[in-house]
Write a protein that binds this ligand. Structure first.
Ligand code: SAH
Ligand code: F3S
Length: 474
């Protein structure tokens, strides 16, 4: 189940689909043609849309092909080591291109820029721009100043890189209109940063303190998205359910967004179990457009490991929360994130995770080997002492378990009728559509007359795999 879907937030160590559509800024001699390449989570995809908005507002253009660009911005991820390795390899390729095209400006943006700072320029001295997630407003200024260097023929090695790495608790980009690809599903950042400080996690260090956007503004944003033709909105935040705006909490936001006329579905990712309040559960249970799907990261089924991870809940509390959710919302789909091989994880502690997954029966799971990140609390306080071979073996075991559980859950839906929002043509067969159910399962079914992308249809499930429901519209 790894690296598979566009959702949840993270889990994409490869470029996130097509780059943004070409934006429509009026070209002038100062106009830069910018190609944005996105790695990492949906938050990064959302940030790339924001960067495109900032650049376009300032007279630059985003272009859909690297060949047409005079600036390439790589929006990066730092969550695990392999995410950073991929970007370093990509930068080497871009440097080859720069040898042929010396005026190409290469920028590294996002979490890895913030994480590696000077080390990035040591590793890749040909990089012209390093910019963290709170500094994107400086992009136009940076491009102007770098372009002046290019125009005055200052040799590549003599040009000073532009570095913008200040984290800014007050930066929420509330006034910036992102430029999105047209489609059915839009991602809307409702909160930036994270205050939770899980010991394994780099996010609080690279994205700074938590801050929420105003509720009124978010509702207006959703109204605009509906006007633009989007049918589904996914609310994004690192601990999305700790959202706060004056007296309003996440449940209030769900109700308010769920009430927007013309919006078919609202999803969100990722909530933190410790912030799963009754108000959130109520909104999920009673607002018709809020999907009954909860991505609820567990990380470990062992209370001792959870303590070392500083997750702020016990295995018992998590189990109780799942019971409560299933009581209130009987058909809820629950998915999760698991880390195996965290510092000091014993066989018994791992088996607690295995058992918990077997008991809870998640619809699907994103599963990772622990990857030590310099600068995190775990890096300072604990030894990364579980051997790589043991991590791999544990990962293999839970992947196998989860595949069986997902396949069994899907098999159980045979004969059911599910409501599907049509997202596009099936990649394998142009005579078929694919879409998602309320519980975020992929469904594939033959096209029928009078249906189009964006429609909600009822599909009767005939056969299933661990990842897909296959059926016919009814
Ligand atoms: N707050 C976000 C978490 C973002 S990180 C959320 O809840 O969605 C996404 C997932 O990556 C985490 O839930 C965790 O399972 C995994 N992860 C984070 N840091 C990791 C690390 N150092 N090694 C392995 N996996 C990690
Ligand atoms: Fe990371 Fe924990 Fe926040 S996983 S993003 S520190 S909730």
């Amino acid at each position: 189940m790894q690296n598979q879907t566009l959702f949840p937030l993270y889990n994409k160590d490869k470029p996130a689909g097509d780059p943004l559509q070409a934006s429509q800024a009026e070209a002038s001699s100062h106009t830069r043609r910018v190609y944005i390449e996105t790695y990492g989570c949906q938050m990064n995809v959302s940030d790339s849309e924001l960067m495109a908005g900032i650049l376009t507002q300032n007279g630059h253009q985003t272009v859909p092909h690297l060949d047409d660009a005079d600036v390439v911005l790589v929006n990066t991820c730092a969550i695990r080591e392999n995410a950073e390795t991929k970007v370093i390899n990509r930068l080497v390729q871009l440097n080859h291109r720069k040898r042929r095209q010396p005026d190409l400006i290469i920028g590294v943006c996002g979490c890895m820029a913030q994480h590696l700072r000077d080390k990035l320029l040591d590793a890749a001295p040909y990089v012209d721009l390093v910019m963290g997630p709170d500094a994107y407003r400086n992009l136009p200024m940076a491009l102007d100043s770098l372009a002046r260097g290019v125009e005055s023929h200052v040799s590549m090695t003599d040009r000073d890189p532009f570095v913008g790495l200040r984290l800014d608790k007050s930066e929420d980009y509330a006034d910036i209109a992102p430029i999105r690809k047209e489609g059915i599903r839009a991602w809307l950042t409702i909160q930036r940063g994270c205050d939770k400080m899980c010991t394994f996690c780099i996010v609080p260090f690279v994205r700074g303190r938590e801050r929420s956007l105003p509720l009124k503004l978010l509702v207006e944003d959703v109204e605009k998205l509906v006007d633009q033709g989007f049918k589904e909105v996914v609310l994004l935040g690192q601990t999305v359910n700790s959202y706060r705006d004056n007296g309003a909490d996440f449940g209030d936001l769900l109700y308010a967004v769920g009430d927007v006329n013309g919006l078919e579905r609202v999803r969100f990712t990722s909530p933190h179990p410790a912030d799963a309040t009754d108000s959130m559960i109520d909104a999920m249970a009673s607002s018709a457009s809020v999907c009954k799907h909860l991505h609820l990261p567990l990380q470990s089924g062992s209370t001792q490991v959870l303590e070392r991870m500083r997750r702020t809940y016990t295995a018992e509390e998590y189990r109780n929360l799942v019971s409560k959710l299933r009581e209130r919302i009987p058909d809820i789909a629950i998915t999760t994130d698991i880390i195996v091989g965290f510092c000091g994880e014993t066989d018994d502690e791992f088996m607690e995770t295995y058992q918990m997954m077997a008991d809870i029966c998640y619809d699907s799971a994103f599963m990772f080997k622990y990857s030590e990140r310099e600068g995190t609390l775990a890096h300072k306080a604990f030894l990364d002492d579980v051997p790589e071979t043991v991590k791999s073996e544990r990962l293999k075991q839970i992947i196998e378990l989860q595949e069986n559980i997902s396949a069994a859950i899907n098999r159980d839906t045979v004969g059911d009728t599910v409501t599907v929002l049509i997202e596009g043509e099936s990649r394998r067969n142009a005579d078929k559509y694919h879409g998602k159910t309320d519980g975020f399962k992929t469904a594939v079914f033959p096209k029928v007359p009078d249906t189009k992308i964006g429609d909600m249809v009822n599909v009767r499930v005939d056969t299933t795999t661990a990842h897909t429901l296959i059926g016919l519209t009814v």
